[in-house]
Structures are given as structure tokens and as C-alpha cells.
Ligand binder design. Structure first.
Ligand code: 9MR
Length: 735
């Protein structure tokens, strides 16, 4: 409730939300928002215990009738604890009846190790408590809680000025990134570029060795001193062992007594990743059972959201109150990410990218990419390329989101469908009991449907003419509807129970949709509406203008030659910028944000930049571009400031706790970790979630990442990120 006053001699120093120790003996503050000045986050309460912030306190309605203390709680998770360190818990509390509760500090995950568990007798007069205890474990999963279960009568408990102090590691610090020698932890291509990055303060070159699995030195040399790396604040060296080309497993790079994680050298290192990155989509399909014969027992689950209780969707989903008076069958599609929302803007982009991957395979004669049976999915034997089967699963859903012809705003697309409130972790899709609603149609969703629909119409002509026709009709209807409703924007605030995907500038969406519609129909009206181009800012779900150029480059024979030449030269020019950015950095990220900050989903900025460089390679066949794509893979797979592979299952230290509702092993040991091939969002300077805020304060932009389930702003997965990973993984072996 109050701002903390701390006396450090004279004069008085005023510290808001003090992160620094009040005195050396007291230790650092470990809880966030202990004063409840306005918001509740990141505090939570049990499902049976409604809570809210009231006059600067957190008040909770404790129900009668539970048995154990932990059956009704208020708490905060993701509190870092250090082994052997003493902690002091302080809080002020009241209760509307005299009652004794338990004040606890323990692990929120098994084995729930306790640091303190103390009785606190509450009355209606505010009382301040102080307890101490020593942690026996080092963990970033500590939990501070008041356990109030076991009450015989209901009452209200209010809490204020909660503080947990202790520990010697400064907030955001204490990270051990392991060896300073960072490599692609998965594999390097025998015939491609092979480099390691080494974090070392030396200003003169250092000797390096490449060792085989038996420890024999098979190549050696001296590092290049790359110098200070702004995005990581590391001082970096580079070791280049490109000339070594013998395939094998268990290689390491050593610099002095520091040794990298082991890696392979292989002719085609990305063969499994191209399939795993695509398998992500079947795993996250809504509306059909995910079968063990395709994914294995650990990942099999009943169909999600097919109208079977406790699910309330998605067979007949009503609009949010006041938005429309009908319900739609919007079953199917992919869940967007760690949540069970389905969003047309993002879904259309991800489906588009898979369809673009198909068209690349077609024009580059990548037979593997066109194979039926490439993936373990139900359609693996239907004589249609699996990548198209997977994309169609989403396109069918997108078509269902279009407003029917006899309704107001006919032809527009509903922006999204998702739960009324955020569901907890874990929630397996078929167990989601939340009501789900259609949200208002938006111009952006409508245009993205038009773009993906037009692309679908062109592609499926070859495979299923009736479906192609449905796509074309939907796309043309959507276009007309968007012209008639050019400024219906999804609000940013609509972010409870699902993400907003808000966007108030749709010039880029108009242009991208027009490019796709022109490519498919040849109708010149569309060509004049193609007004945007590829720029160094690239593309994302929000900024789709660059995709117009990518469509032109993909289909040169369908566009006027001057447009094609201009688009090609922009792809080469922007790719040159990415190559420059990659080469200028200690760790090979082709995306170097101009504002010096890493954004939410930064790994997709990397993969999307790699897509541009790959397209430049396809246009020019210049090795420089394909080498840079391979080095981008190195960055994603461990050659970075964190020594972290952001792709599950690929690398010794690979992300395994991505924010996801059923790959939630971290909070329920009966559930699996993500399957191989799921890309974590990666470093994000924004630190929007409490886990990141607790653990990453002060991080260098490229180090703002934590492999914890609770860190939705740095460690989520998403369809638009995996579609991009699948695209470059397919490219990497087929240059
Ligand atoms: O990828 C999206 C990112 O660009 C936004 O900054 C962020 C906040 O609006 O949302 C991200 O998308 C999330 C979506 O809103 C809900 N599903 C999970 C998505 C990935 O985190």
C-alpha cells in the first residue's frame, strides 16, 4: 500500500518498490507488487477463492468447507530462492473473523520443498507478522502464499505490505550460461559454414581446437577478436572451422580449458527439423483427436473443443454479448500458441507461410517438400503433399470465421474466438470449461483471410478444384467486405482470455491481400492496390506489407516485369542488410533491432529475416545468403549469448518449458515437455510477465529470456513462429 521509506543516513531516500537491499543484512526484495497499489498481478488465488484489490490491499473470500490449508490460497509464484540463504517474510493481514492461517514459502513445483510454514493468528485489527526460514534449495520456482483452507465458516481475508527479503544474488542476476564456447548445439552441415562464438574478454586472438568424439584434435586455429557485442554486452571471439568437412557425431570446440556442448557434422542436418517443425501444427490441432500412432502415447489426447462437456465450443460459438446474434461452427484450426485461442490474423499468416513453403518446393523442385507421407498426420496417404494438408486444416477454420451472407457485415471475418477468461496451467484442450466467444469482425482479419484464401485458390486448383473455388469465393467476398468496412479495428484492450492481435493500420493488409488476389485472378484492379514493399523492418502478423513483395517474387510470371524486377532488387537489398547485421554481431542474429530492444517473439524476427535471405539465395544462388541462413540456424540452436537452443529437442541445452497448456511437465510431471521442434519466442526486452520481471531485471536485450513455463513473454510458442522455423529448416537442407 505504501511507498517504502528507507533511511540511509540523512537525508531520507524514497524508494518505490525497492529492489535494492534496505540494509546489507536484509537482502534483496523478492516479491513483486507486495503493496497492491492498484493491480493484483502477479498475485493469484485458488479457483474457489475470489480475490481483488480493495483500498490498496489484496482481499480474498475464503470459502467454508475445505479440509486442508492449501485448498484455499492467495500467493505469488516464480520467486527465486537460493540454497542456504535465510529469508524474512513480512506482511500485514486482517480477517473478518478470528482465524489462524499458514504463511508459507515453498517450491510451487514438486517436491514442494518448504522454506517456511508458520501459523499466523488473524483478527479484524491489522497485525504485522515477521517470520524467517532458510531455503535448502536453489530454484526460480519459489512460492509465497497464505494458506487459509480448512475454515468452518466463510470470511474475508485482506493482505498488505507483503515482503520477502533474502538471498545474495541481485534481482535479475545469478545466471550461469555454462561454457563460454557457443556452437550450434545440434549440427553443422558438412559442406556449409561452421563457426563458434566465444565470450572472452581477451583482446588478442585465442587458440581453438575442434575435437572429435574421442577427444582427438581434428582441426585448430586462432580466433578472430570480434569485440564488444551490444545486444549481449559480451566481448566475443569467433572460431571458424568451415574447412573441416568430415561427418560425425560428438564434436566439440575447445578454447583453453573451456569446451562447447557436443554437436554433429552431417550432410543434411535439418532433415528431422523440417518435419518436427511442421509436426508442431498437428500437435496443436483443435477439433480432432491427436492420435498416439502419429505422435506417441505421451502426446495423444482427445479432440479439443468439439462440443463435448466440459468444453463449451467450438461447434456452436456465440458472439460476445452485443456483437452479433448468431452462433457459428468454428471448430478445427490450430490453437494459436500456449493458449487455446484461434485468431484469424495470425492463423492466416501461419497458413500462408506453409503454403508459401509448398510453392517454393514446387518451383525449386524440392521433391521432399512435396511428399505425401512427409509427416505423421492422418492425411499422410491421401496423395496430397502433407504440408498442404496441414495448411488446409487451418484454412478450413479461417473460412468458417467469415460472416455468413445473410448476416450484418457479411463477408467480413470475425477477428478471433477464445475463452472468456485465461485458463490455468495445465489445461488439456478437451478439459477447458470456459465459455468461448466470437469477437467482432475486423478489417485486418478479413484481409488476411482474403490473402490466404487467394493463395489457397491458386494452389488447390491442382489438388481439389472445389476447395479452390471455395477459397476464391471467400477471398473475393472478404476483399469486397473490407473495402466496405475499411476501419474496423480490433481493440488492444481486448486481451482477457486471449491475445488482442490489435492493429490500427491496415494499409499493409490491403496491399498484401491485393497482391495475392492479383496473382491468383490476374484482375488488374487488384494490381493498383499493391502499394507496399519489403523494407528492412520485414514482416510480422502486424506488418504484412512486405509480404506483397514476397508474393511477387514467388510468382514472377504472374506480375508485370517492372514490378518483379523492383521486388527482386528489394529482396536482395534487404537481405544484404540482414547479412551485414549478422556479420557485425558476435552472435549470428540477422535481425538487429534498430531501437536496440528485442521484441516479443524475437526468434521469429530471426527466422523471418532468414526467410528473406533464403529468398535472396533462391534469386541469386549466392552462397553468402545461404551461409547466413545457416548461421541464423546456429544462433537459434545455441550460438548465442545464453548458450541456449530455442528449439525443443535440438541441442544439449534446449528450451523445454515453453509456455503451453498441455506441454506443461514443469507444473505436472504426468504431462510431457514440448515435443521436438517447438520454437520458443526468445529474448524479449519488454519483460511483460512476472517470471521475467522477477528473474531478468537489467538484462542485456539478447539475454532477456528464461526457460520457465510461466514466462509467457519470453518462452511461449506460436503458430506464426513455427511456420517460419519450418520454412527455413526446409530451406537449410535444400539450398
Ligand atoms: O506474438 C504476439 C506479440 O507480437 C505481441 O506483442 C503480444 C502481445 O499482444 O502477443 C503475441 O501473441 C500472443 C497472442 O496475443 C495470444 N496467443 C499467444 C501469442 C504469442 O505469445
Amino acid at each position: 500500500m505504501k511507498t517504502k521509506l528507507i533511511a540511509i543516513g540523512l537525508p531520507l531516500v524514497l524508494v518505490a518498490g525497492a529492489a535494492l537491499p534496505a540494509t546489507a543484512a536484509e537482502g534483496y526484495e523478492r516479491v513483486l507488487n507486495g503493496t497492491f497499489d492498484s493491480v493484483k498481478t502477479p498475485w493469484w488465488s485458488s479457483g474457489n477463492t475470489p480475490s481483488r484489490v480493495e483500498s490498496g490491499r489484496l482481499c480474498a473470500d475464503i470459502p467454508a468447507g475445505t479440509v486442508n490449508p492449501w485448498q484455499s490460497m492467495i500467493g505469488q509464484n516464480d520467486v527465486p530462492l537460493e540454497a542456504g540463504q535465510p529469508y524474512t517474510l513480512r506482511f500485514t493481514a486482517t480477517a473478518t473473523k478470528n482465524v489462524t492461517v499458514r504463511a508459507t514459502v515453498q517450491l510451487a513445483v514438486p517436491p514442494s520443498t518448504t522454506t517456511m510454514n508458520k501459523a499466523a493468528a488473524l483478527t479484524s485489527t491489522p497485525k504485522t507478522f515477521e517470520f524467517t526460514g532458510t531455503s535448502t534449495v536453489a530454484s526460480r520456482n519459489g512460492q509465497v502464499a497464505i494458506q487459509a483452507g480448512g475454515a468452518t465458516e466463510a470470511y474475508t481475508l485482506c493482505l498488505d505490505d507483503v515482503s520477502l527479503t533474502g538471498g545474495i544474488i541481485p534481482p535479475g542476476g545469478g545466471w550461469d550460461y555454462g561454457s563460454p564456447v557457443r556452437t550450434n548445439q545440434h549440427a553443422y552441415p558438412a559442406s556449409g559454414t561452421k563457426r563458434a562464438s566465444i565470450a572472452d574478454s581477451s583482446t588478442t586472438p585465442l587458440p581453438w581446437q575442434l575435437r572429435d568424439a574421442a577427444g582427438q584434435v581434428v582441426a585448430s586455429g586462432e580466433t578472430q577478436v570480434k569485440g564488444d557485442d551490444a545486444m549481449t554486452r559480451d566481448h566475443v571471439h569467433i572460431a571458424d572451422f568451415t574447412s573441416y568437412r568430415t561427418a560425425g557425431t560428438g564434436y566439440t570446440v575447445a578454447v583453453g580449458d573451456q569446451v562447447s556442448y557436443p554437436f554433429d557434422i552431417a550432410a543434411k542436418p535439418y532433415d528431422s527439423l523440417r518435419r518436427d517443425a511442421l509436426a508442431y501444427f498437428y500437435h496443436n490441432r483443435s477439433g480432432l483427436p491427436i492420435e498416439a500412432k502419429y505422435v506417441g502415447d505421451a502426446y495423444a489426447r482427445p479432440a479439443g473443443h468439439v462440443g463435448v462437456a466440459p468444453n463449451k465450443g467450438d461447434i456452436s460459438v456465440p458472439c460476445q454479448p452485443g456483437v452479433c446474434d448468431y452462433s457459428l461452427d468454428v471448430s478445427g484450426g490450430w490453437y494459436d500458441a500456449g493458449d487455446h485461442g484461434k485468431y484469424v490474423v495470425n492463423g492466416a499468416l501461419a497458413a500462408w507461410q506453409l503454403m508459401d513453403l509448398y510453392e517454393r518446393s514446387l518451383y525449386r523442385l524440392d521433391i521432399e517438400g512435396l511428399r505425401d507421407g512427409l509427416l505423421a498426420i492422418p492425411e499422410q496417404d491421401n496423395r496430397v503433399p502433407d504440408v498442404l494438408d496441414e495448411a488446409r486444416w487451418e484454412v478450413e477454420f479461417l473460412l468458417k470465421m467469415q460472416v455468413p451472407a445473410d448476416k450484418p457485415l457479411a463477408g467480413m471475418a470475425h477477428h478471433k474466438i477464445h475463452d472468456l477468461a485465461w485458463t490455468p496451467h495445465p489445461t488439456i484442450p478437451h478439459n477447458d470449461a470456459q465459455p468461448r466467444y466470437l469477437h467482432a469482425p475486423s478489417t485486418a482479419a478479413t484481409l488476411n483471410l482474403a490473402a490466404a484464401g487467394a493463395q489457397c485458390a491458386r494452389i488447390w486448383k491442382l489438388w481439389d478444384r472445389a476447395f479452390a473455388q471455395r477459397c476464391l469465393t471467400a477471398a473475393e467476398t472478404a476483399w469486397q467486405a473490407a473495402l466496405a468496412n475499411p476501419s474496423r479495428f480490433a481493440p488492444r484492450e481486448d486481451s482477457v482470455g486471449g491475445g488482442p492481435y490489435d492493429d490500427t493500420n491496415v494499409t499493409d493488409e490491403f496491399s498484401w491481400a491485393a497482391a495475392e488476389l492479383y496473382a491468383t485472378t490476374g484482375n488488374r484492379d487488384f494490381l493498383s492496390k499493391v502499394t507496399t514493399t519489403l523494407t528492412p523492418a520485414g514482416f510480422s502478423w502486424k506488418d504484412t506489407g512486405a509480404l506483397a513483395d514476397l508474393t511477387i517474387v514467388r510468382l514472377p510470371f504472374r506480375f508485370p516485369i517492372d514490378r518483379v524486377l523492383a521486388a527482386r532488387s528489394r529482396v536482395l537489398q534487404v537481405a544484404d542488410g540482414h547479412v551485414r547485421d549478422l556479420k557485425s554481431q558476435g552472435y549470428p542474429n540477422p535481425s538487429k533491432p534498430s531501437d536496440g530492444l528485442y521484441a516479443w517473439g524475437s526468434t521469429s524476427a530471426t527466422t523471418n529475416a532468414a526467410v528473406i535471405m533464403a529468398m535472396a539465395y533462391d534469386l541469386s544462388l549466392k552462397r553468402e545468403y545461404s551461409d547466413a541462413v545457416l548461421e541464423s540456424m546456429d544462433y537459434l540452436l545455441g550460438r548465442n549469448g545464453l548458450n541456449q537452443s530455442f528449439v525443443s529437442g535440438y541441442g544439449e541445452r534446449a528450451s523445454k518449458n515453453q509456455h503451453h497448456r498441455h506441454w506443461a511437465h514443469q507444473v505436472d510431471p504426468r504431462l510431457p515437455n514440448p515435443p521436438a521442434g517447438a520454437l520458443a519466442g526468445g529474448p524479449n526486452s519488454g519483460l511483460q510477465d512476472p517470471v521475467a520481471q522477477q528473474n531478468l531485471r537489467g538484462c542485456a536485450p539478447a539475454k532477456c529470456y528464461i526457460d520457465e513455463l510461466g514466462s509467457w513473454s519470453t518462452n511461449e510458442v506460436a503458430i506464426n513462429w513455427n511456420s517460419s522455423l519450418a520454412w527455413i529448416a526446409a530451406f537449410a537442407d535444400t539450398r
